[in-house]
Design a protein around this ligand. Structure first.
Ligand code: MN
Length: 215
């Protein structure tokens, strides 16, 4: 069916499809694994639609504008984040951040982590409760816009890292596991200035199966 459509398109336009591929957008907006209203009231439908459909879409559009003609034309997102700077770094970082962010939630999420990740959290912080407190405190303490992450190093050791603006733990050689977005666009419509309330509510929708797969 696809090839039939392409053939028809080719006949209609009279152009060479392969030459057009060079202009095809390289990065695409990820699809949400849930309905936009499914995470309410922790995150409202309006916030999800603006955050995913407008903010993340804008980062995707901007990166696709910026990379043609640079050495990042054929690079994957993580490589771009590790090796770029300036506007390319900012937009690529925000795409990587949000792709991880939106896919770590579920309307059936919440509860405690399980398996090896739960054991590592307990070994590092003493308890899940103690980990959550330090994680939220870190997010509250982050001045301005940025992210707080649970990350692991190449030996599997866990740490909480704060990243300013569009940065991501990969720039420190770490693997991001769980990230809370503390940019105001992530919570202002629902929580106004109460960042701490927003961060405390997010635990109710964490999809620990998705986070476990990153560990
Ligand atoms: Mn955001």
């Amino acid at each position: 069916m696809l090839s039939l459509c392409l053939s028809i398109l080719l006949l209609i336009t009279g152009s060479d499809i392969t030459s057009k591929n060079e202009n095809v957008m390289k990065f695409e907006l990820i699809e949400l694994p849930y309905d936009s209203g499914a995470l309410a009231p922790v995150i409202s439908k309006q916030t999800i639609e603006l955050h995913h459909g407008k903010h993340l879409q804008a980062y995707v559009n901007k990166l696709n504008e910026l990379i043609p003609g640079t050495r990042f034309e054929n690079a994957d997102l993580e490589t771009i984040v590790k090796e770029s700077d300036g506007a390319i770094f900012n937009n690529a970082g925000q795409i990587l951040n949000h792709n991880l962010y939106f896919t770590q939630f579920s309307p059936n999420g919440g509860g405690d982590p399980t398996g090896p990740l739960a054991e590592a959290i307990n070994a590092t912080w003493g308890s899940f409760e103690a980990f959550k407190k330090e994680f939220v405190d870190s997010g509250v303490a982050l001045f301005g816009s940025g992210w707080v992450w649970l990350a692991k190093d190449d030996k599997g050791s866990l740490s909480i890292t704060k990243e300013a603006n569009g940065s991501n733990p990969v720039v420190k050689g770490l693997t991001p596991l769980l990230g809370f977005d503390v940019w105001e666009h992530a919570y202002y419509l629902d929580y106004q200035n109460r960042r701490v309330d927003h961060l405390n509510e997010l635990w109710k929708i964490i999809d620990w199966d998705a986070v476990n797969k990153r560990y």
